[in-house]
Design a protein around this ligand. Sequence first.
Ligand SMILES: [Zn+2]
Length: 66
Amino acid sequence: MDLTRRGISCPTCGHSFVIDLDYSRGSQDYYDDCPNCCTCYHVRLDYDDIEQQARVTIDADDEQYY
Ligand SMILES: [Zn+2]
């Protein structure tokens, strides 16, 4: 397990919160709920093996990209 905490902002209400990211399984693509407004948001985790750092992309469920 390689857990890292990352602060994000909800794409719907703008509420800032922290999520736990597990890089051990490589790149991920999943949905979670905002703890403030309970709206589903989309988390995309891209892990770069060469640079050894992860990029996290958060967007709303309506496929609007930031
Ligand atoms: Zn929210």
